[in-house]
Design a binder for this molecule. Structure first.
Ligand code: ATP
Length: 380
């Protein structure tokens, strides 16, 4: 088993595209690590550069104690699962799974025994003689995983491994993959553009933008304390309220006349009159029905504009003097459109940003699990 260390990793494609920009990252041995970011931010390039399918323009890739920057893919001891699975259509399941062992010049008996072993672990027993076009999407995905596992690599690299599955299978596959990874304990890096998938599956995750890492942390750190407005707007299935305002004394003035206390940890970080953005997730606002225009109580007060059903809760949009504030309200407590209500932020969950960067909640939130140091690029 082995961790992965990337130092100053840069990848320029012909034509001048800088897909990776002096990126530093440390992934611990045995970690399930997600790379998340919008289309084109460099996730796949990063994965392919770790695999050796792309050659770094500069910087280094270390797997375990070995510098593999100049080694071809076959000598890096990694197993990769591609988005489209890339199974060989003319080969049976067994031959697909055994392929990496054939490349390693293992004998037929050993190849088939290893393939049967892995196939059994992944629930593919009855399918060994089938060809890929005789399998469902979920089964093809398992064959691709089995092939990546067959040679027992030190590292798994998964490029959007769930994106070809329908919604229900995807949920099942998430749980399956997470359990499998924990059982095997193999360092695993997976690429996704789905923030919910990264939050649900990863031990830690990196959020990327334009070839750089904007934040590294556990899912709950990244969810609770996005280090920048970019990360804040990217994470969360109901988007965070990001409300422009300015500092006045110990408070923030938002949405006309609403004055909220400065979030915990934000005192002394911004001076009077400075323009800031107040961030609060819809889940961290307490809603109550109250017909009042009094705005002095450290709450948002306004009229309910829209109520959307989220299943076991509702997303209420409150019109606060023309500014829309979103609040998640529990089942049975939802107001109706036109009602007047208040939403009180939990100040231990409120965030304050200036120039796009988080002012409160630095420190322990962005540290690396292994060495306590800041990994990835510090924003700003
Ligand atoms: P997606 O989520 O859409 O797959 P991504 O985050 O994986 O995107 P990459 O595929 O790594 O992003 O691409 C990063 C940047 O490099 C993009 O601007 C892309 O257009 C560019 N790029 C990728 N592959 C090549 C290539 N072979 N030649 C030139 N440019 C490339």
């Amino acid at each position: 088993m082995a961790g992965i260390t990337l130092r100053g990793l840069t990848k320029d494609y012909p034509g001048g595209v800088r897909a990776l920009d002096a990126l530093d990252l440390e992934i611990a041995d045995g970690e399930f690590f997600a790379l998340l970011g919008p289309s084109g931010c460099g996730k796949t390039t990063l994965l392919r550069t770790i695999a050796g399918l792309e050659v770094a323009t500069s910087g280094s890739v270390q797997i375990g104690d070995a510098d593999v920057t100049r080694l071809p893919p076959g000598r890096r001891d990694v197993g990769m699962v591609f988005q489209d699975y890339a199974l060989f259509p003319h080969m049976t399941v067994t031959d697909n799974i055994a392929y990496p062992l054939r490349i390693k010049k293992k004998g037929k008996a050993e190849r088939h025994a290893a393939a049967a072993d892995v196939a059994s672990a992944l629930g593919l027993d009855g399918l060994l003689e089938r060809r890929p076009n005789e399998l469902s999407g979920g089964q093809q995905q398992r064959v691709a995983l089995a092939r990546a596992m067959a040679a027992r690599p030190q590292v798994f690299l998964l490029d959007e491994p769930l994106s070809n599955l329908d919604a229900r299978l995807r949920l099942e596959a998430r749980t399956f993959l997470k359990r499998l990874q924990k059982e095997l304990g193999v360092t695993t890096v997976f690429v996704t553009h789905d923030q919910a998938e990264a939050l649900a599956m990863a031990d830690r995750m990196a959020v990327m933008e334009s070839g750089r890492i904007r934040q590294v942390g556990t899912p709950s750190e990244v969810f609770r304390r996005p280090a920048s407005l970019f990360v804040a707007s990217f994470i969360g299935s109901t988007p965070m309220n990001l409300l422009p305002g300015h500092v006045r004394g110990e408070g923030v003035v938002i949405a006309g006349e609403t004055v909220l206390p400065l979030p915990d940890g934000a005192r002394g970080t911004a001076s009077d009159g400075e323009e800031v953005v107040y961030g609060i997730r819809p889940e961290y606002l307490d809603f109550s029905l109250e017909n009042t225009t009094d705005m002095s109580k450290g709450t948002f007060a306004g009229r309910v504009a829209v109520v959307e059903n989220l299943g076991s809760s509702s997303l209420v949009t409150l019109d606060v003097a023309g500014t829309l504030v979103h609040v998640v309200v529990g089942e049975g407590r939802e107001p109706g459109p036109g009602d007047h209500g208040r939403a009180r932020p939990r100040s231990d969950r409120a965030l304050l940003y200036r120039d796009g960067e988080l002012l409160n909640g630095r420190g322990g939130e962005m540290t690396n699990a292994r060495d306590g140091g800041l990994m990835g690029e510090r924003p700003g």
